[in-house]
Design a protein around this ligand. Structure first.
Ligand SMILES: Nc1ncnc2c1ncn2[C@@H]1O[C@H](COP(=O)(O)OP(=O)(O)O)[C@@H](O)[C@H]1O
Ligand SMILES: O=C(CO)[C@H](O)[C@H](O)COP(=O)(O)O
Length: 544
């Protein structure tokens, strides 16, 4: 039998990457990364207001450039053997579309309007709307938040839609429907973006849009109208059915087949979020806890429906049948800032250098700063009186979402230098992780092993060792540099019928683990003391 090839595309927060992978062996034969050009310039964003928007042109350019780039070195023979493409993206990253599924920002009249663009997961402009939804849901006949941990977040679909409809009359008039980035970009490849007929991702719908089979789909029109009459009728323009990522969304359209030099026989798989496909790429198995550690963390656990499905897990980002693999319950949690906390601190130091000494000096410093601070911090002792910080620089995603919370640092004195603060920030991200792990265990969900993927997991032994010490659990790091894109390629292989199940795709295409961090017994007790201090500082800041 001839080998077949699949393409996995991973749209992250800052960049998009594509892999061309041998579906029989898992060997990557082509790869390409593209940074979003408008996003890189900070366009359409206002961090002080937590506004983060992405232009659909950044996505389209990324799609074309990465797939063509990844295919650039392959032979014509191999091109003909490409059978599937699947895409993961960040989420909840919804955008308004017209009747044809065209994002409003692709129309000339909306091309510079941030409200006509995709609203990135980390945009928290809809805090008030999320709170209103929570207040209503908790007093409604059926609590629509029960399968998303009991708290709806401003990072998610409905809160973002409502906020945008409230503030922008033009979007109100022209938005026929709304699509998640992962649904739209997958649909684009098939040439059918009709919002009424595209196959929407179970993962996106279940974790972020309150879709559940028990509710016959999305929350009722009555509920949405009570939340705000601006939402009245929108349910009819959305969807009832959802699809898991082992299924096709369609075939490559003639236009895209031409653009990419591929055949229209290529199957395009149903999209999903980066973390969920990343978990597949990291060879998730029941009760393994896969952490995608980068700008933020997204944590995924998968368990047999019959074992956990009847329980409601408090304070996480949802429990969704099939969000990772069909037939399994996918549970999601995470931290809104992880590497972003280190990036914030690095920016604090390099900012004045840029102003006073210029770009070259600042760029040189910026490249060396986090590795340097990590090396310095690794040499510091761990003592019960160390500086304590909170990781809530972009609010708290889990446990118990609250994006109005802010970070804090306590215990500074004249002897506190940058390395000590950096160490405290790294520990803060590890303590935030510990509070998530503790919540799963308190809620009766066992964690059998911890697997890490993502930029920070690959780049920082210091962070990963601290995390192992704080969690008091070993952590395996997946070998794949691009585990999310590899997971997307595995999903494509199932959607295209090469492998019968996700498990079979993982067995054939998985690349295993290349590092393992073990807790250092001499630090475990001190970290327990520091963790209690972290919890006390958190309670103080939160006013509990
Ligand atoms: N050496 C390092 N140690 C710790 N964190 C790092 C290091 N280098 C980069 N980071 C952090 O990695 C994050 C980016 O992670 P990455 O996984 O590459 O991107 P994304 O989250 O967009 O997919 C940034 O927030 C940055 O602060
Ligand atoms: O919540 C998510 C998925 O469910 C986000 O997509 C994710 O956290 C974004 O991650 P990053 O940019 O850190 O890769």
């Amino acid at each position: 039998m001839n080998d077949s090839y699949v393409i996995g595309v991973d749209f992250g927060s800052d960049s998009v990457r594509a892999l061309v992978v041998n579906a029989q062996t898992g060997e990557t034969i082509g790869t390409h990364v593209h940074e979003y050009s408008r996003w890189k310039q900070g366009l359409y964003c206002d961090p002080a207001r937590s506004q983060f928007r992405q232009h659909p042109l950044d996505y389209l350019e990324g799609l074309t450039e990465t797939i063509n780039g990844a295919l650039a070195g392959v032979t014509d023979e191999i091109r003909k053997q490409v059978v599937g493409i699947s895409i993961d993206t960040t989420g909840s990253t919804p955008g308004p579309v017209d009747e044809t599924g065209l994002p409003l920002a692709l129309r000339p009249d909306f091309s510079e309007n941030p409200n006509g663009m995709f609203i990135l997961w980390k945009d928290h402009t809809a805090n008030a709307e999320a709170e209103e939804l929570n207040n209503l849901a908790h007093h409604w006949d059926v609590d629509y938040t029960k399968y998303v941990g009991g708290i709806y977040s401003s990072e998610w679909f409905w809160a973002k839609i409502l906020r945008t409809l409230r503030v922008d009359e033009a979007v109100r008039q022209h938005a026929f429907s709304w699509v998640e980035h992962c649904d739209w970009i997958s649909a684009v490849l098939t040439g059918n973006t009709n919002p009424l007929t595209i196959r929407r991702s179970r993962c996106a719908a279940g974790h972020k849009a309150l879709w559940h089979s028990e509710f016959d789909g999305l929350p009722s029109d009555e509920f949405l109208t009570r939340l705000d009459p601006l939402l009245s009728g929108l349910r009819e323009h959305l969807f009832t059915d959802t699809y898991t990522s082992d299924l096709p969304i369609g075939n490559l359209s003639a236009e895209w087949a031409e653009k990419l030099g591929l055949s229209t026989d290529v199957v395009v798989g149903v999209g999903a979020f980066d973390a969920h496909m990343g978990a597949i790429g990291a060879e998730i198995e029941p009760y393994a806890f896969v952490r995608i550690i980068g700008t933020s963390t997204c944590d995924i656990l998968m368990a047999p429906n019959e074992e956990i499905g009847h329980r409601l897990i408090r304070g996480i980002c949802g429990q969704v049948d099939g969000s990772v693999a069909p037939g399994m319950l996918g549970l999601e949690a995470g931290q809104s800032a992880f590497g972003d906390l280190y990036a914030w601190f690095a920016g604090l130091i390099t900012g004045p250098v840029r102003e006073l000494l210029g770009t070259e000096a600042a760029d040189t410093l910026s490249r060396q700063l986090i590795p340097h601070l990590s090396a310095q911090a690794a040499k510091l002792p761990v003592t019960p009186t160390d500086v304590i910080a909170l990781d809530w620089i972009n609010g708290r995603r889990t446990p118990d979402a609250n994006h109005t919370l802010k970070a804090a640092i306590s215990g500074l004195n004249l002897g506190t230098d940058a390395a000590k603060v950096f160490k405290a920030l790294v520990e803060a991200t590890a303590f935030g992780s510990r509070s998530i792990v503790d919540r799963f265990i308190e809620e009766g969900v066992p964690i059998k092993k911890v697997i890490a993927i993502g930029g920070v997991a690959k780049k920082s032994a210091f962070v990963m060792q601290t995390l192992a010490d704080v969690l008091n659990k070993p952590i395996q790091v997946a070998s794949a540099d691009q585990a999310c894109a590899l997971g997307a390629a595995m999903c494509a292989s199932v959607a295209a019928g090469v492998h019968p199940t996700m498990e079979a795709a993982q067995q054939a295409m998985g690349s295993g683990f290349d590092a393992e961090y073990h807790p250092r017994p001499e630090h475990v007790a001190t970290y327990e003391t520091l963790y209690q201090k972290y919890l006390a500082l958190g309670a103080f800041v939160e006013g509990r």
